[in-house]
Design a protein around this ligand. Structure first.
Ligand code: FES
Length: 277
């Protein structure tokens, strides 16, 4: 692990640019006022994206903005190797030196950097390259690896050897384009020589898919109510049952003694009514 010290020469002041200020506001809006210190890493990153490195003045400015002790901001900036504590060259080569990469040849990569650029943390005389050693960058299955940061972004170069790293530095030094990812032809993180499982193309090309007749749990469109019912609550099943029960109570049952009279009277009324018509 490299020693993390602040640069000897520091600018006197730091101010977020107008563009960075918008991003600062974005991050501050993500946290409640009482928890705004949670934005310390994003703000340090924005300062680095703006200046190329994190200056002491930037740390102090961020501490003031977040109502944090300056030392707390310095602790964060000096702990994470993603923050550059001194200016870096056009291409920043970050060699992972953690155990899996070390066992797979990281020391050879460091030797290349030392011979071409200088001691750990050094910047080449032409300002094109800086190299540093960092801890695991999460690409251990393709060890050894390095992250190269430049104006095109931050890219991983994996399955490196001393020869492939030399070739990369040659191309970058000549202003050429380089291809990120595994440098030995490996397909992403598949085994060397190609995938050994899940090789059936039909697993991925969609040919096994069956068309859905409908989408489960999709919202159903309800029919437009008839004009006369608009504004009235729809009659529920419970309402219908209640209505049927009441109707049945009001309709005379021809089988009971009392109701036989009522049925007869009703029939007589019907005949009478029909005669009148
Ligand atoms: S050990 Fe090097 S990427 Fe994890």
């Amino acid at each position: 692990m490299s020693t993390r010290r602040l640069a000897q020469e520091q600018p006197e002041s730091f101010v977020f640019s107008d563009t960075s200020t918008k991003d600062v506001e974005f991050w501050l809006n993500k946290f409640p006022e009482a928890r705004k210190q949670s934005a310390v890493i994003p703000l340090l990153w924005l300062a680095q994206e703006q200046e190329g490195w994190v200056t002491l003045a930037a740390m102090e400015s961020i501490a003031e903005r977040l109502d944090m002790p300056k030392i707390r901001v310095m602790e964060v900036a000096t702990f994470y190797t993603m923050f550059n504590l001194a200016p870096v060259g056009e291409h920043h080569i970050q060699i992972c030196g953690t155990t899996p990469c070390m066992l797979r040849g990281a020391n050879d990569l460091k030797a290349v950097c030392e011979s071409r650029i200088g001691k750990k943390g050094a910047t080449s005389e032409d300002g094109r390259f800086t190299w540093s050693e960092v801890e695991c960058l999460g690409a251990c299955c393709n060890a050894p690896m390095a992250q190269i940061s430049n104006k095109d972004g931050h890219h991983y170069f994996e399955d490196l050897t001393a020869e492939t790293l030399e070739a990369l530095l040659d191309k970058l030094g000549a202003g050429g384009a380089v291809k990120a990812g595994p440098q030995n032809g490996r397909q992403t993180s598949a085994p060397e020589g190609g995938p050994e499982t899940l090789k059936d193309e039909s697993l991925f090309d969609g040919s096994r898919g069956k068309k859905l007749k409908s989408i489960p749990n999709a919202p159903q469109s309800s029919p437009e109510p008839s004009p006369e019912k608009k504004g009235h609550p729809k009659e529920t099943t419970r309402d219908s049952q209640e209505k049927a029960r009441t109707d049945s109570q009001q309709t005379p049952d021809p089988e009971t003694k009392e109701d036989k009279k009522a049925v007869k009277a009703k029939d007589a009324d019907g005949k009478k009514g029909g005669g009148d018509a």
